[in-house]
Design a protein around this ligand. Sequence first.
Ligand SMILES: *[C@@H]1O[C@H](CO)[C@@H](O)[C@H](O)[C@H]1NC(C)=O
Ligand SMILES: *[C@@H]1O[C@H](CO)[C@@H](O)[C@H](O)[C@H]1NC(C)=O
Ligand SMILES: *[C@@H]1O[C@H](CO)[C@@H](O)[C@H](O)[C@H]1NC(C)=O
Ligand SMILES: *[C@@H]1O[C@H](CO)[C@@H](O)[C@H](O)[C@H]1NC(C)=O
Ligand SMILES: *[C@@H]1O[C@H](CO)[C@@H](O)[C@H](O)[C@H]1NC(C)=O
Length: 518
Amino acid sequence: MPVFKAATVLRLLPIPIVLIIYYTFVQIRIHSDATYFRLPLWATTNAPPSFRTKAATASSFNLTETKSTFSPAMKDFWNDLSLSLEDARPQCPPLQVKDGHPTSLETTFEPLNISKIPPARLVNFTDEHETVLSASHYLMRNSVQRLAPRLVFSKGSQGIVTTANPKYIPIFLVSLRMLRRTGCQLPVEVFIDNWTKYDPIVCDSVLPSLNAACVVLSEIYDTAPNIRPPASYQFKLFALLFSSFQHTLFFDSDAFPAHDPTSLFSTHPYTTHGLVVWPDLFGLTVSEHYYHIAGIPYESPSTRPSTESGIVLLDKEKQRESLLMMVYYNYYGPEYYYSLLCQGSHGAGDKETFVQAAMAVGAPWYQVKTGVVGLGYFEHGKYRLSGLAQMDPRSDFAYGPPSKSHIHPENRWQEAEGGGWEAQVRPKPWFVHQNMHKLNPTRILEMDGTTAKTRSGNYTRMWGDREGVVEMFGYDVERRVWEVIVEEGCRLDEASEVCMKLGEYFAEVFGTVDSIDE
Ligand SMILES: *[C@@H]1O[C@H](CO)[C@@H](O)[C@H](O)[C@H]1NC(C)=O
Ligand SMILES: *[C@@H]1O[C@H](CO)[C@@H](O)[C@H](O)[C@H]1NC(C)=O
Ligand SMILES: *[C@@H]1O[C@H](CO)[C@@H](O)[C@H](O)[C@H]1NC(C)=O
Ligand SMILES: *[C@@H]1O[C@H](CO)[C@@H](O)[C@H](O)[C@H]1NC(C)=O
Ligand SMILES: *[C@@H]1O[C@H](CO)[C@@H](O)[C@H](O)[C@H]1NC(C)=O
């Protein structure tokens, strides 16, 4: 009966559809999961470990070459920008800062001390310096207004940018695998200086298997004839400038998200401010002279802590002008602006150039108010710090963390103490910046004073006990980090001593791998 047949067909139709969906989507996901989430198999079986990634040989497709090909528009733009940068070169000798670091009194963030003034550590700085520097700054500010509308990026695109030279690649691969384990699918651009730093296995095989690619900076940088070669901290800004994305998340090779960062792009404060940075442990040490040079109002060091620039969110559309001022401050960083903005304080470099550049052009910016938290543990009364945890900017922005006041001298969240804070969502850490003991799989267990071992030499967790880590992050992020370290440390040779040692560590501290999920 035709009617009956049609009904049967209709009833059976969902089966092939489900199968088609399964094979096209679910299988692809499983496949990609397998690429991202490779278990340390030795931990679950006694069989000889065999989890060499399929990325062990270079593919024939030269992805790095493709990614390092820049459009004529970008080359044109960079050529003009580089001329403007050189035109605005300060015509005075490089600034000098007193030897050593500022005192701890000078670098302590004291929000309640309204008489706090910035340190004055510039040596023989005169009015003449100030006049010359402000004239150049003014010139650049004008060029920036002219150049900003021509900034090149792929409209609407979102992605992650970093810089990593060979020394940092093993550390970055740990960060990248941590990123992928959060479920984040955003593309990643890894800037390397030039072709001498190019490793075909890493750039054209390992990274692409994790949806990341190398970009050779010199392919664009060197097209400007009169530009000086970049150095250390400056690479970060050039990576941001030349990345193809509009919405960029930058993180240092030793920083990674503990949760998927994708949603940060579509929520406040990113959508309202277009520049989100996180706080450091120290206070601001910007020289007073900087404000005169930039022609902007003075910001008291009691206003906010200094920026810890290991993680930055930047929207190139909203921050066209600030990005170009950031490039200016960094291009002249080693000679002028790092001294003006940091005065020799710890971690000096690009850290203070982000917010100041936005201030200089009157663009919005948001620095997370919830303080950075140290990751470490106490041993015989001494704190052993390994890294930093940075908070979720969304809940930070939504509720505003408690601020120190004469009533609440501690800026801690105090439970239900008349402040109404119990109704608020206390921001959880979103990022880890493991800046003290970098997670290089071949070195982490061996380096001097490693916090993965107690002083007496026993293996230990680096970030405190499991309960504390789970309460803070919502899951045992440290266990996941070590799964990834093992995965990376065993990638090339699972019979190596490094791999075996990491295995021993994992088994002793975490037991065997049973679950990798949050
Ligand atoms: C990719 O292209 C660059 C530049 O042309 C070259 O130096 C490199 O060897 C190529 N890599 C591979 C794997 O062919
Ligand atoms: C406030 O800061 C000033 C200048 O840095 C310092 O001399 C003073 O001792 C501080 N006051 C308090 C109460 O800490
Ligand atoms: C600073 O100026 C003084 C006096 O002119 C001079 O003796 C000293 O060498 C200068 N210091 C530096 C670091 O240039
Ligand atoms: C490549 O970059 C390094 C700095 O990382 C520099 O010392 C070297 O001169 C560069 N080589 C070329 C060929 O540009
Ligand atoms: C360190 O390890 C040794 C040998 O494995 C063990 O005897 C000792 O109790 C451990 N010490 C601590 C503090 O756990």
